[in-house]
Design a protein around this ligand. Sequence first.
Ligand SMILES: Cc1cc2nc3c(=O)[nH]c(=O)nc-3n(C[C@H](O)[C@H](O)[C@H](O)COP(=O)(O)OP(=O)(O)OC[C@H]3O[C@@H](n4cnc5c(N)ncnc54)[C@H](O)[C@@H]3O)c2cc1C
Length: 419
Amino acid sequence: MAVSIHSSVPLQCAVEVYDEADIVVVGGGPAGTAAAISGARCGKKVVLLEHSGQLGGMGTLGNVSVFMGVGNVTGIYREMVSEVLPDHLPQSHEGSIWPQYSPFELRHYLNTKLEREAIKVYYHTSFVAAAMEGDTVTGVIANTRQGLKAFLGRTVLDCTGDARVAQDAGVPIRTGRSEDGLTQPMTLMFMMQNTGKPVKPYLPDDCYYYETVDELPQGRNLYWERNDNGTLLVNMTRVKGNGAMIEDINFAEKESLRQVFSVANYLQRNGFETYVLSHVPGQVGVRETNQIEGLYTLTENDVTGGRRFEDVVAQTNYEIDIHSPDGRKGTDERHVSGYDIPYRCMIPISVKGLLVAGRSISATHVAMSSMRIQATCYALGQAAGIAAACAIDDGVDLAQVPISRLHERMQEQGVKFLK
Ligand SMILES: Cc1cc2nc3c(=O)[nH]c(=O)nc-3n(C[C@H](O)[C@H](O)[C@H](O)COP(=O)(O)OP(=O)(O)OC[C@H]3O[C@@H](n4cnc5c(N)ncnc54)[C@H](O)[C@@H]3O)c2cc1C
């Protein structure tokens, strides 16, 4: 029977409760992994549900492979750098680092790290719907390898990057630029490997033959060379669209791969004559989709004005970095000297029992372009896990967590705020 896309199908069924925890984290990217670790370190039972087969989010799944600098290397992010990239660890928190890393090693490291913290990670488990009691989120229903299962929690942390849980729970969502809703484009990042001898450039029939830099999808070369192992990390594809929309992501997966072969072919003819395509991740990288409406919305003025907040939970000086959302080639890059992100950006209006950490916090399109990078998402996740534990311990709503208590416990976990 053909089903029109405008019709609807009722779904009503009882779903088995598979697990219960103090904190249910949905999404295992930078925000989700840090939230799980920090919650567990506060003595809470934590489960993490991850849609894919790996942790690390865009940092591994999307092959991002570089930690951009934030000017405050602190908390769990600092600990990770000290364990995975000790040569890059700055002596003081204030140092800025931009290390390249192996996404394969980070993936393995995160598996082991969460195992050591006794966090139960459910891989291949995708959020489907929020379980609600009135205006309070009490758990989630997820699609697992054994069908739909429920995971109940005293607090749920939405770290999906797309605010999927918040959206389903009825939190108002904003998307992209205020004038037209367009989001930053998607990019399939790939790797090439130096073979040490000339290779024959490869180009499938339906790909593009780029002659000049101007013709490239971003109109520029953007790659990182590693002299120690001969890999080249390439960030040069670009597909317009919103990665949280079915038709946009369908198009982007095919178009971005076409661009991968085309850019690799261009590089093989322009300076990288001895390199072969060596790694293409399983999914396109998504920079921007949904932002929740939270108790506070971070703005461009906060970012450019270096605003400080009493309820600071993360600090960054990463630039405003907007890959053109409208199909043009440019990137709007503007220096930022450093600002705070307040706790209230993670607290959704209108719903209790839920925090949103990572790139989909309450922020405008421009502010989000600066706060979206990995170190900041790890910092926000760490704060969310601790805030969840504080709320449980004190028997208060997430919005009522005393900031002094939150800061005290963040400090106990190695977080330092710079003046
Ligand atoms: C092309 C590109 C280049 C970038 N370059 C850099 C860079 O050089 N340096 C840098 O620091 N940052 C960079 N970033 C930004 C950074 O990688 C992301 O903004 C950051 O990873 C966001 O972290 P997050 O935890 O909020 O979300 P994500 O990393 O998106 O992780 C979300 C996780 O949730 C899971 N998930 C999603 N939906 C569901 C669901 N329904 N159920 C269960 N799980 C779900 C996903 O599988 C994923 O694991 C780049 C991003 C892109 C796309």
